[in-house]
Design a protein around this ligand. Structure first.
Ligand code: F0G
Length: 435
C-alpha cells in the first residue's frame, strides 16, 4: 500500500515526530513516527525564512476574503490557507465550516464577577461540532491522495462529521462506535449521511485499537485526530478567534479534553501566530476533563505529564468518555508552553454548568459545559482573576444529546394535563406566585 505523502502536491510542509523529533516526508496509514511510533505534527520549514511582510500581509488578506463567496474563502478553515498544507482548489472539501460566533456570557460573567467572559460556540459548525474544521482539512488531503474510503473511531461527533464530509466528497465512510454509548443525535447524523456504522462491544479506546488493525489491511484513510492534518484544520479556531477579538490575546482559553487533540490544535494555532509575529503573547490554554475520564489530570498530578496514566473512563458526557487519549503528549506540551491548568469536574458540576449556560440561551452538549464547570474551579483557586478575559470553547451543539436533558433536574416541563383553559390558567397562577 502506498504511504501517505506530505509533499505529493509540492506543499511546503513536513511531518515531525512530537517525541523524538524525526522529520519525515511520508507517513504510514496510522500517521506514526517511523522511528518511535509516536504522533506526528505538521511543520512548515519555509516559514522561518519568510520575509516579515509575509506575516504582516496575512491579516489583510484574510480580512479581504471574508467578503468573498468563493468556497475556499467562505470557509473558516481555508480562508487561512497560507498557514495550512497546500491543497489544490478542486480537492478542497468544504461546507463553510468555522465562522462560528463569539458570544458574551453576561449572566454567568456577573455571577462569577468576571466581566470579560465569552463563549466561542463551535457547536455552530455545519454538523454541530468543532470536528468539522479538522475533518475539512484532513478529508481534503485524503481526496488529494486519491482515497475513496475514509474511516474513524468515534464517541459520536467525529463520526457525524466524517459521514457528512465524505458524502460531500462522494467518498464512502466507515465509522466504529462504542455500542450503546453514543448520543442519539450523533448516531442519527452518521446514518443520515450514509456512513457504514459498526457498533462494537467496547469503549472508544477499544474502537480506536480495532481501527489500527483495520487501516493496515483496508485502503481507507484514517480521519481520527492521530492524523496530523486534522489538527491543522482545528487550529484555525485560534486564527478566527483572534480576528474576532481584534487581535487582542485573551488571558485564558478553556477547552474540554477527551482524546486531547482540540487543546493541542488550539495551542498549535496560537503558537504559530506568535512565532510569525501576528500576536505578542499566548493565552493560557486550560484543559478540563470529567472526573470519571481524567487521564490527563492524573498524568499531570502523578508524574508531571511524563507518562500517560490510562483510566477506565466513565462519564455521562459521552463525547469525552476516553481513558487512553492519543494526543496526550501534544496536550502536555500545550499546558506547559502556555502555562494553562488541567482540572477535573464532577458529573454534577457539568450538569449544573450546562443548566446555567441554558438559562442565558446558550445550549451546548455536556462535554462543552465542562469548560464552565472548570472555570468556576479555576476562579475559586485564584488561577483566573477578575480583570482577565476568558474564552470558553463550546465544542458541540445542544441538540446532539437531548437524552441528557431528559434526566436533568429542575426543568419546567409540566403535564400531560387537561386541554382546558381553566386547568392551564390555574397552573400558570401557581407558577406566577412562585416568581
Ligand atoms: N467536546 C466534544 C463535543 C467532543 O465531541 C469531543 C471529542 C471533545 C470535546 C474532546 O475533544 O478529543 O479533541 O479532546 N470527541 C471525539 C469524537 C472523541 O469521536 O467525536 P478532543
Amino acid at each position: 500500500m502506498n504511504p501517505i505523502s506530505a509533499n505529493s502536491q509540492a506543499v511546503a510542509h513536513v511531518l515531525r515526530c512530537v517525541h523524538c523529533g524525526k522529520v519525515q516526508e511520508t507517513a504510514d496509514r496510522m500517521f506514526r513516527c517511523t522511528q518511535c511510533s509516536e504522533l506526528l505534527e505538521v511543520v512548515y520549514p519555509e516559514w522561518a525564512a519568510a520575509p516579515a511582510e509575509f506575516a504582516l500581509r496575512l491579516k489583510e488578506i484574510w480580512r479581504e476574503r471574508r467578503g468573498s463567496s468563493l468556497p475556499e474563502n467562505a470557509s473558516g478553515v481555508w480562508r487561512f490557507r497560507e498557514l495550512l498544507p497546500q491543497v489544490e482548489r478542486e480537492n478542497i472539501v468544504t461546507m463553510s465550516e468555522g465562522n462560528t460566533p463569539l458570544i458574551p456570557l453576561k449572566k454567568t460573567a456577573r455571577t462569577l464577577r468576571l466581566p470579560h467572559l465569552l463563549a466561542k460556540h463551535q457547536g455552530m459548525n455545519p454538523t454541530g461540532s468543532f470536528k468539522d474544521t479538522g475533518i475539512s482539512a484532513a478529508i481534503s488531503m485524503a481526496k488529494a491522495e486519491g482515497f475513496s474510503w475514509v474511516c474513524c473511531a468515534s464517541t459520536g461527533n467525529t463520526s457525524a462529521s466524517v459521514a457528512a464530509y465524505a458524502a460531500r466528497a462522494e467518498m464512502k465512510s466507515i465509522v466504529l462506535l462504542p455500542a450503546g454509548q453514543v448520543a442519539a443525535g450523533k448516531l442519527a447524523q452518521a446514518l443520515e449521511y450514509g456512513a457504514h456504522v459498526l457498533q462494537l462491544r467496547t469503549d472508544f479506546d477499544g474502537c480506536l485499537k480495532v481501527l489500527h488493525e483495520v487501516v493496515r489491511k483496508f485502503p481507507a484513510y484514517l480521519l481520527n485526530s492521530l492524523n496530523p492534518y486534522r489538527l491543522e484544520g482545528q487550529k484555525t479556531v485560534a486564527f478566527e478567534l483572534m480576528e474576532q477579538l481584534d487581535w487582542k490575546v485573551p488571558d485564558h482559553v478553556i477547552v474540554p479534553g477527551g482524546n486531547l487533540a482540540n487543546g493541542s490544535a488550539l495551542g498549535k494555532g496560537f503558537t504559530e501566530l506568535r512565532d510569525l509575529g501576528l500576536i505578542e503573547s499566548l493565552p493560557k490554554i486550560s484543559i478540563i476533563q470529567a472526573a470519571g475520564a481524567n487521564p490527563l489530570v492524573r498524568s499531570m498530578r502523578e508524574n508531571g505529564g511524563r507518562e500517560l496514566v490510562r483510566v477506565n473512563a466513565e462519564t455521562r458526557a459521552t463525547a469525552i468518555r476516553i481513558g487512553n487519549p492519543a494526543s496526550w503528549r501534544k496536550a502536555v506540551s500545550v499546558l506547559k508552553n502556555t502555562g494553562g491548568a488541567c482540572e477535573e469536574v464532577s458529573e454534577n458540576e457539568i450538569a449544573q454548568a450546562k443548566a446555567e449556560l441554558g438559562t442565558e440561551g446558550i445550549g451546548c452538549e455536556p462535554a462543552s459545559a465542562a469548560t464552565l464547570a472548570g472555570l468556576k474551579k479555576l476562579v475559586a483557586a485564584g488561577f483566573v482573576k477578575p480583570a482577565e478575559t476568558v474564552v470558553l470553547v463550546l465544542t458541540g451543539h445542544m441538540l446532539k444529546d437531548v437524552d441528557y436533558m431528559k434526566q436533568a433536574p429542575g426543568q419546567n416541563l409540566l403535564g400531560p394535563m387537561e386541554a382546558d383553559s381553566d386547568s392551564v390558567i390555574k397552573t400558570l397562577e401557581q407558577i406566577y406566585a412562585r416568581h
